[in-house]
Design a protein around this ligand. Structure first.
Ligand code: COA
Length: 322
């Protein structure tokens, strides 16, 4: 049987940093409120002319370098994003072209903050089916371009970034289990109010901003993330006590702590980066993974559980031996 394994990781964060103290000057908030409710201390924001594919390219170069592969070795590109450069062509094709990756399937996949987990799971299936050899999988978001900067309920939470991995075949796992889920009944709790086929005229108006019912999102997220983690561990026949690392979606420190508690994991075994970049949606899991790998905490052979939750709602997790 063929499995898939992550051969290399990379990340990119835009240069511009917006701290909680900067936000104090923009809306009625305080550093103390933001830190205690969310764990966020700063976030990175793209420059006005910078796009999601710009960030993808930088993260992908580092992932390819760490995997020891070049553009010619890649035969599929999947980008999880909810903030594409254009409605079409998809970000995957933009990245493929700019990196000089030869003709191959390249597509974007939209599952809000769960985008990377959906993309990684999809790549795993292609490799297991012997339909791809080496997949560039990216989670990337220009989420600050979708924010109402006068709305303190949302503007303090989000940031931009990209994380990438190279997934390749392996005789041994690698990825051991994936679990994806969604429930569209929760649409009203977290959404962006227009798109290509609905109310496009709202673009550029005051209505063009993320809408969120924070308290309700919080409750469903905590419940669902604990559940999805257990399902993935059960599917692989792994007990939670065997986990070396949890790499969670970096939306809110309190949600991360609640998930770790349900897994009986001490916070020392959780990669937490939310303080440095806020909620970067689909980018957050691969960003955190790359931090843990590059600072030497996540070692080859260790058991790592990644999980995410986002608008839709969507959710998912991937268990792997790194
Ligand atoms: N600064 C100061 N006060 C703020 C504020 C801010 N940035 N944002 C909201 N408040 C106020 C509210 O207006 C409210 O005031 P009121 O009591 O006078 O009405 C008060 O703080 C409490 O608001 P509440 O919404 O109850 O806070 P909370 O403890 O639920 O925390 C979130 C708010 C958004 C941090 C929290 O609900 C959360 O993290 N939810 C999940 C969000 C998320 O992760 N979304 C992405 C999922 S992928």
């Amino acid at each position: 049987m063929t499995y898939s394994r992550i051969a290399g990781t990379g990340r990119y964060l835009p240069e511009k940093i917006l701290t909680n103290f900067d936000l104090e000057k923009m809306v009625d908030t305080t550093d103390e409120w933001i830190r205690t409710r969310t764990g966020v201390e700063r976030r990175h924001c793209v420059a006005p002319d910078q796009t999601t594919s710009d960030m993808c390219v930088e993260a992908a170069k580092l992932a390819m370098e760490s995997a020891g592969v070049g553009p010619a070795d890649i035969d599929m590109v999947i980008v999880g994003t909810t903030s594409p450069d254009l409605i079409f062509p998809n970000v995957g094709t933009l990245v493929q072209h700019r990196l000089g990756i030869p003709s191959c399937p390249a597509f974007s996949l939209e599952a809000a903050c769960t985008g990377f987990i959906y993309a990684l799971t999809t790549a795993d299936k292609f490799i297991k089916a012997d339909a791809a050899k080496r997949v560039l999988v990216i989670g990337a978001e220009c989420i600050t371009k979708l924010i109402d900067w006068d709305d303190r309920n949302t503007c303090v939470l989000f940031g931009d970034g990209a994380g990438a991995v190279i997934l390749e075949p392996s005789d041994e796992p690698g990825i051991m289990a994936c679990h994806l889920g969604a429930d569209g009944q929760y649409k009203e709790l977290l959404y962006y109010p227009f798109g290509a086929s609905k109310d496009l005229a709202k673009a550029g108006t005051d209505e063009a901003a993320i809408r969120m019912s924070g308290k309700d999102v919080f409750k469903v997220a905590v419940h669902t993330l604990g559940d999805v983690a257990s399902k993935t561990l059960d599917a692989a026949g792994i007990d939670k006590s065997e986990l070396d690392w949890l790499v969670p979606h970096q939306a809110n420190l309190r949600i991360i702590q609640a998930t770790a508690k349900r897994l009986d994991l001490p916070m020392e075994k959780v990669i937490v980066t939310v303080q440095d970049h806020g909620n970067t949606s689909a980018a957050s899991v691969p960003l955190a993974l790359d931090v843990g790998v590059r600072d030497g905490r996540i070692q080859r052979g260790q058991l790592v559980l990644m999980e995410a939750f986002g608008g839709g709602f969507t959710w998912g997790s991937v268990l792997m031996r790194f």
